[in-house]
Design a protein around this ligand. Structure first.
Ligand SMILES: [Zn+2]
Length: 266
């Protein structure tokens, strides 16, 4: 019998970096969406992974390993802060309470922010890798001045509005040194279609079919590598003009569909 709720919590003893006093941090190493309240917190509670020191009240951002399980949507998303660490099948099977997870989409993320972003992307009906390509492409269109003002580390994908519709996502550019100030650009259906038509066949062509349960990190760096590879391959192809035109058309579509106002593409 498979477990119905694999949520697992633990207490970790913390020495406060500010006052050096000890305290206990309550956290989770497995979060299962069967626990609806906790799942809600993953999506909307910014303080979920913060430790508040009971002695000096310093707020400390904690990074620790955690697996997110959604049995209905068949998602497994690991937050693994150490990029060198690999998870074993046994760890996943133990958390899931089931020997097989081949029907699940498996992903890994390095930070809590990336982890939440990945969960939101995977809950939509659109391919998360295509979202990452759109995210990467749009950032390339910013001027250097805007890149300095809207840093990459705080740039992310989130819900476009308060309806929290999983199919209405947006690119969110946070302004440096202005807490909470953000530019929100909804990702349009047309841009999604164009990106899918151009890139999905290539992703499917180069993807290893056996990698389904591999917990890959399909984030910004992956999108950068992938796009660089595509452009290089296009330059070497005999149909380079066709590919070049397609990429040019895609870049123009991002400009038209995303940046209609505030941020002007170069
Ligand atoms: Zn303290």
């Amino acid at each position: 019998m498979a477990k119905k709720n694999g949520t697992h919590d633990l207490d970790v003893t913390i020495q406060c970096p500010a006052c050096h006093e000890y305290g206990v941090f309550h956290t989770w190493d497995v979060i299962d969406t069967a626990d609806a309240k906790l799942s809600e917190r993953v999506h909307f509670d910014e303080n979920l992974f913060f430790y508040t020191c009971p002695h000096c009240h310093a707020k400390i951002h904690m990074e620790s390993k955690c697996l997110y399980i959604d049995r209905d949507k068949k998602l497994l998303v690991w937050h693994i802060p150490d990029p060198k660490e690999r998870v074993t099948s046994k760890e996943v099977q133990d958390a899931l309470g089931s020997p097989s997870f081949t029907t699940y989409t498996c992903r890994a993320a390095l930070t809590w922010g990336e982890w939440r972003e990945k969960i939101i992307e995977l809950e939509s009906s659109y391919d998360d890798r295509l979202y990452e390509i759109i995210k990467y492409g749009a950032y390339q269109l910013l001027s250097q001045e805007d890149k300095d003002r809207l840093p990459l580390e705080a740039y992310h994908i989130d819900y476009a509005d308060d309806s929290h519709d999983p199919d209405k996502l947006a690119l969110v550019f946070m302004q440096k040194d202005a807490k909470g100030m953000a530019y929100v650009y909804p990702i349009t259906e047309h841009l999604k279609e164009v990106t899918k038509d151009i890139f999905l066949p290539i992703i499917e062509q180069i993807a290893d079919a056996n990698r389904k349960a591999q917990f890959d990190r399909f984030g910004y760096s992956w999108a950068r590598q992938f796009t660089t590879y595509i452009i290089k391959a296009a330059e070497e192809d005999k149909n380079r003009e066709t590919y070049g035109n397609l990429i040019g058309f895609w870049v123009k579509t991002i400009g038209d569909e995303i940046f209609r106002a505030e941020v002007k593409p170069e």
